[in-house]
Write a protein that binds this ligand. Structure first.
Ligand code: GDP
Length: 316
């Protein structure tokens, strides 16, 4: 497995190209000189093994980015455990096994920082995987993602397949989900602050205590890191991708209000869960491979808000 792995002229499948991460990968790969192949979820349901293997046999990609997944914020995860576990297990098993059967040269599977134990040491090194109990609000998703990482390791160990994985911290950016019932905190706060500003509301509701700490990575930085890993890494280690900076949910809400221009008060809703207290990934390994993030949170937030106004708010 010689490095750097050259993407030029390769047939590259971004599985999940309509999601926020998939869209960012498609934008990023446009400059790599590769041939992109994609398929919409109406044409191919990745939860169906025969369909997925049939499509792979005909499309014959040489490289695969697995960005397809059932995703969502703390409430969606906690209230739809069967979908988060079954859909993700099925998608990753079908794509990873199918990729191996058609001889894919290299595959990158996207995991998540929620694979680490609830009380892992902070920042969380890759070695913290499977050293303790998971955060209950997202364990369904986490268990599925851990299985995906293990599949990559197993196919590498048994068959010598060059399958790697990346564990991004909390993501945001253009193409995000702004639906308040199923979204993550950052897009939810952007949508709520915008609505509060437009309606002239006195306050902004924030779930939980505001005390949990989170790290936020712009999706364009993630896409760039994935291409870097694809070209510069060949290892069973589930490499973390993050910025190394964290802030409290209260501080995030204050920053969102500033960027959106909402000047009311924050009101914390204790009936909603806090989730894991802290979730900062240790990015020593990725930095050692020569990669660093570029998009600052304030700048990234302003861009995400502009995208929201143009694509979501404008559409009503
Ligand atoms: P997590 O990182 O997996 O816990 O997922 P989220 O991004 O959904 O939530 C992160 C933190 O933000 C949790 O402590 C939530 O309670 C808090 N939070 C505050 N307001 C909101 C909101 O409007 N939506 C969401 N999803 N989380 C919120």
């Amino acid at each position: 497995m010689s490095l750097p792995f050259d993407l030029r002229g390769k047939r590259v499948w971004v599985a999940g190209h309509r999601g926020m991460v998939g869209q960012a990968l498609v934008r990023r790969l446009a400059t790599e000189g590769c041939e992109l192949v994609t398929v919409g979820h109406h044409a191919l349901d990745l939860r169906r093994q025969a369909e997925t293997e049939g499509w792979l046999a005909q499309a014959r990609p040489q490289v695969v980015f697995v960005a397809a997944a059932r995703v969502g914020g703390i409430l969606a995860n906690d209230s739809r455990p069967a979908e988060f576990l079954y859909d993700n297990l099925a998608i990753e098993a079908n794509v990873i096994h199918g990729a191996w059967t058609v001889g894919v040269e290299k595959l990158l599977f996207l995991g998540s920082s929620c694979i680490y134990p609830k009380l892992a040491p902070q920042p969380m090194p890759e070695a913290a995987l499977l050293t303790g109990p998971l955060e209950p609000t997202n364990e369904w998703y986490a268990i599925a993602k851990i299985a995906g990482i293990k599949l990559c390791q197993a196919y590498r160990k048994q068959y010598g397949a060059d399958f790697i994985s990346a564990q991004p911290t909390n993501l945001y950016g253009p193409g995000d989900n702004f639906d308040l019932q199923s979204s993550h905190v950052l897009p939810a706060l952007v949508a709520k602050a915008h609505r509060a500003k437009v309606e002239g509301a006195a306050s902004l509701p924030v779930w939980g205590s505001g005390r949990p700490l989170r790290e936020f990575l712009h999706v364009d930085d993630l896409a760039d890191a994935c291409v870097h890993l694809m070209t510069h890494d060949s290892s069973p280690v589930p490499t973390n991708v993050g910025t190394g900076d964290e802030l409290s949910i209260r501080a995030l809400a204050e920053l969102v209000c500033e960027v959106v221009g909402f000047r009311g008060d924050l009101v914390f809703d204790a009936s909603k869960p806090d989730g894991t207290p802290r979730k900062l990934v240790d990015t020593t390994r990725l930095r050692g491979l020569g990669w660093a993030p570029r998009v600052g949170l304030r700048e990234g937030l302003a861009g995400a808000y502009a995208w929201y106004r143009e694509h979501v708010a404008a559409a009503g």
